[in-house]
Design a protein. Structure first.
Length: 77
């Protein structure tokens, strides 16, 4: 686990809507200020995860796409 990160979700191979649903479920378990890293391969996650975070009030600190892997660094609001 990366320093300062409370949880990491490996959602590779899952398709919409599962990455967003599982991200939402994990965020509910975290305390405000904790960090979550989500890794997935579904290209729709690049749109769906930021949209989810706008709804929940959590913060997308960083978003990367590397060789078909989408990585989201999220801070619980």
């Amino acid at each position: 686990m990366i320093l300062g990160v409370s949880a990491t979700l490996d959602l590779r191979g899952l398709n919409c809507p599962l990455p967003v649903l599982r991200t939402r479920k994990m965020l509910r378990r975290l305390a405000p200020g904790e960090r979550l890293i989500v890794e997935c391969t579904d290209p729709l996650a690049a749109v769906d995860v930021p949209h989810l975070l706008r709804q929940t009030g959590d913060t997308l600190e960083r978003q990367d796409a590397v060789n078909g892997l989408y990585i989201f660094h999220i801070r619980r609001g």
